[in-house]
Write a protein that binds this ligand. Structure first.
Ligand code: UDP
Length: 483
């Protein structure tokens, strides 16, 4: 037996980034790799809880290394260590300053522990310099699909949105297979308004550092988006390893329930509720870890759900009053009253849901998702057709993959990228989209395709599957560089 490979993993401090990295750590440690997850004091709590929920012996090979997060030094409130708590645009540049200040302590940790390689989130562009200093490879992780990685790279390089006359005029994403049409409205407002500031400089550096890294580790599998994997490798010319869906490395119920946070609802109660429902009769509604809606939007979702006449589990995260630009609470409607009226038919989870447990339950027949990549891939792995409701980040690209390439979902009709609080959608559109994924022939076809993809996902991470083989190839390459 050769020496043990040691990898530093440094996830960005947001749940959507930490969850897949923790899953990845488990997957790699099961292959005999020693892992050190680098994080900050408050974030280490949820990571540690997730690791403790695992029954696998190899998690003992995963260590935590804690760096102080310099929140107060950059003018953020004490304890603001996670991007989820960055609520206003004014806090964003401060958070970036804090991320940059982590370079020195990170470098000191590398000096002390001498890992053989670093896997760092794209939001640590300086990780390339640290790795170069110690002569080790830096792998990049940005937690999205090959499809959206390719789309955003072609968008960055060719700027096709500069050749349209309005925000709503469609254009094709150049070089991206499949003739995918997009609009400027679906790009971040920083791009739309051609903003140049510290934030855009940082985002540009993050994207460029990805291309300059040794290679990219992707939470995806070859059969899902082979054309885009090939495009990434052959047209963009980047090294990449697909090792997902990473959520599938969670085997036991406690482990699934503890991903990210620990549920705010007893998972057994939730599963019991689902057990009493017919197969494919429940719609699961969740918009990831960050998106929050105001009361007006919640009311439309509620009315759409009620009109669809389907059972549902709805994870509700509401904008706090102080975050709302204008207070316009609707006095005629309350979530509590809706919840009581829907008793038996609908379950409302305030806070954090055991998402993969819910999605994997046979009673769940549809998923309304904001198209964060983790959620999208979890929906695929569970074989569930989706209603796509993108909000921000790269979610509009993932929507295209789901609705136009994979054809396992329908768009609810969001036209505009709006950070965190989302563009407004009326109840009629919600009802219509739910019915389309839950009833009739079109739904049946989508469900069959989704089930097939779910099967492929399981095969990909099983012995000799495409993701398992790529993981072996990655480990082999890293070992050849290290020893
Ligand atoms: N998640 C969860 N319970 C919730 C909300 C989210 O377990 O109530 C998990 C979900 O399973 C996924 C992650 O949080 O793994 C969200 O990541 P995604 O990329 O979908 O969206 P983001 O939160 O980054 O916008």
């Amino acid at each position: 037996m050769g020496s043990q490979l040691h990898m530093f993993m440094f996830p960005f401090m947001a749940r959507g980034h930490m969850i897949p990295v923790v899953d990845m750590a488990k997957f790699l440690s099961s292959r005999g790799i020693k892992i050190t997850i680098v994080t900050t004091p408050l974030n280490s709590i949820s990571i540690s809880n997730s690791l403790h929920a695992s029954k696998s012996l190899s998690v003992s090979q995963i260590h935590l290394l804690i760096l102080e997060f310099p929140s107060v030094r950059v003018g953020l409130p004490d304890g603001c260590e996670n991007f989820d708590s960055v609520l206003s645009p004014a806090m964003f540049p401060k958070f970036i300053s804090a991320l940059n200040l982590l370079q020195t302590p990170f470098e000191e940790a590398v000096m002390e522990h001498r890992p053989h390689c670093i896997l760092a989130d794209a939001f640590f562009p300086w990780a390339n310099d640290v790795a170069a200093k110690f002569g080790i490879p830096r792998l990049n992780f940005n937690g999205t699909s090959f499809f959206s990685y390719c789309a955003s790279e072609f968008m960055r390089i060719h700027e096709p949105y500069n050749h349209v006359s309005s925000d709503t005029e469609p254009f094709l994403i150049p070089y991206l297979p499949g003739e995918i049409a997009f609009t400027k409205m679906k790009l971040s407002q920083l791009v739309r308004e051609n903003v140049k500031n510290d934030v855009t400089d940082f985002l540009k550096r993050a994207q460029e550092s990805g291309s300059a890294s040794y290679g990219v580790v992707m939470n995806s599998f070859y059969e899902l988006e082979s054309e885009y994997v090939d495009c990434f490798r052959n047209v963009l010319g980047r090294k990449a390893w697909h090792i997902g869906p990473l959520s599938l490395c969670n085997k036991v119920t406690e482990e699934k329930a503890q991903r990210g946070n620990g549920s705010t609802i007893d998972e057994h109660e939730c599963l019991k509720w689902l057990d009493a429902k017919k197969p494919n009769s429940v719609v699961y509604v969740c918009f990831g870890s960050m998106t929050k809606f105001n009361s007006d939007q919640l009311k439309e979702i509620a009315s759409g759900l009620e009109a669809s006449e389907k059972n549902f589990i709805w994870v509700v995260r509401k904008v706090k009053r102080e975050e709302e630009e204008e207070e316009e609470e609707d006095q005629d409607w309350s979530l509590e009253e809706f919840e009581q009226r829907m008793e038996g038919k609908g379950m409302i989870i305030r806070g954090w849901a055991p998402q993969v447990l819910i999605l994997d339950h046979p009673a769940v027949g549809g998923f309304i998702t904001h198209c964060g990549w983790n959620s999208t891939l979890e929906g695929v792995a569970a074989g569930v057709p989706m209603v796509t409701w993108p909000v921000s980040a790269e979610q509009f690209y993932n929507e295209k993959l789901v609705t136009e390439v994979l054809k396992v979902g329908v768009a609810v009709g969001v036209e505009k990228w709006v950070r965190i609080v989302g563009d407004f959608i009326g109840k009629g559109a919600v009802e219509k989209a739910i019915r389309r994924v839950m009833e009739g022939e079109e739904a049946e076809e989508m469900r069959n395709r989704a089930k097939e993809l779910g099967e492929m996902a399981r095969k990909a991470v099983a012995e000799n599957g495409s993701s398992c083989s790529d993981l072996d190839a990655l480990i082999k390459e890293l070992k050849s560089l290290a020893f």
